[in-house]
Design a protein around this ligand. Structure first.
Ligand SMILES: NC(=O)c1ccc[n+]([C@@H]2O[C@H](COP(=O)([O-])OP(=O)(O)OC[C@H]3O[C@@H](n4cnc5c(N)ncnc54)[C@H](O)[C@@H]3O)[C@@H](O)[C@H]2O)c1
Length: 278
């Protein structure tokens, strides 16, 4: 039985773990081959949680291959357009073409504005905003050559409304929406669709850290994930603390598939209603 993205090739950044790995597996389950990149190393300004590793990226490769799909994986930093280009060009050379782009790589760090230093601001913008642009830019020649495709940018509910204590993250994620809205117009003549997905908190290492639990629950000496979850429920309309990576992957899959063939320029929340919550 053909899958929903059978025969397509997807380029995914931040594919070593969490949402990026989940996107790779979900798209592979539905018949896509994968070009995966990840920095697979710590990032200087992120102190709250550990970076992904080369072993993580190797595990993504293993799980995609277990589905009998092909995957080309490279260690590459989205801040480095040349490294991204080389990784993607190699993937396209091996897999034949490019149909889908998932600009998913990103970082997060709680920083009240009064404590945010210049390097912290700059690294966030370089990865979460410029990194998204770099990803799209290196992919465009391949998508044009393919006479169409689907680009899915990973935003956040913090790209749709202001969430306190991470002005740099909010600025980058609002910027991602700007990239999406302009490219949806400019790339439409090439049958390239551009959309963004906007998760509420997702159950990944990005939020599941002691540092973040303390930031969210400063009232407790030793907060647990459950304590943090109680606070997060207040962010959402649906009474849940967070969503799982698969929830984002299912939205990405739909936007990447021909089921969404006339959907472009959309900000798709997967946020339990957080964006509309007063
Ligand atoms: N977890 C959440 O609560 C949440 C909520 C909304 C949006 N998001 C967004 O979802 C995306 C994925 O985050 P996640 O939750 O899977 O977190 P994660 O930290 O588990 O995964 C992020 C991946 O991106 C990679 N990465 C980071 N910087 C990179 C760089 N410079 N170059 C290449 N790869 C890099 C990391 O190595 C890691 O594998 C991010 O864009 C994040 O901002 C996350």
């Amino acid at each position: 039985m053909p899958g929903r993205v059978a025969g397509k090739v997807a380029f995914i950044t931040g594919a070593a773990r969490s949402q990026g790995r989940s996107h790779a597996i979900r798209l592979a389950q539905e018949g896509a081959d994968i070009i995966a990149v990840d920095i697979a190393a710590p990032v200087e300004s992120v102190t709250a949680y550990p970076g992904a590793t080369e072993e993580d990226l190797a595990e993504t490769v293993k799980q995609v291959e277990a589905l009998d799909r092909r995957i080309v994986a490279h260690k590459a930093d989205v801040r480095n357009p040349q490294a991204l280009k080389e990784a993607l060009d190699d993937g396209v050379a091996q897999l034949g073409k490019l149909d889908i782009v998932c600009a998913n790589a990103g970082i997060y760090q709680v920083h009240p504005a009064l404590e945010l230093d210049d390097p912290g601001w700059q690294e966030m913008i370089d990865i979460n905003l410029t990194g998204v642009w770099n990803t799209v830019k290196v992919a465009l020649p391949h998508l044009v050559a393919n006479q169409g495709g689907s680009i899915v940018l990973t935003g956040s509910v913090a790209g749709l409304k202001g969430l306190a204590n991470s002005v740099h993250y909010n600025a980058a994620k609002h910027g991602v929406v700007g990239i999406m809205r302009v490219l949806a117009q400019e790339l439409a003549p090439y049958m390239i669709r551009v959309n963004s997905v906007h998760p509420t908190t997702v159950n990944t290492p990005m939020i599941m850290s002691d540092a973040f639990m303390h930031a969210v629950r400063p009232d407790l000496e030793n907060p647990t994930p459950q304590d943090m979850g109680e606070a997060f429920i207040g962010l959402n309309c649906l009474p849940i603390p967070w969503v799982e990576p698969i929830d984002i992957s299912n939205a990405v899959l739909w936007l990447a598939s021909d089921e969404a063939r006339y959907v472009t320029g959309a900000t798709l929340p997967v946020d339990a209603g957080a964006a509309v919550k007063a």
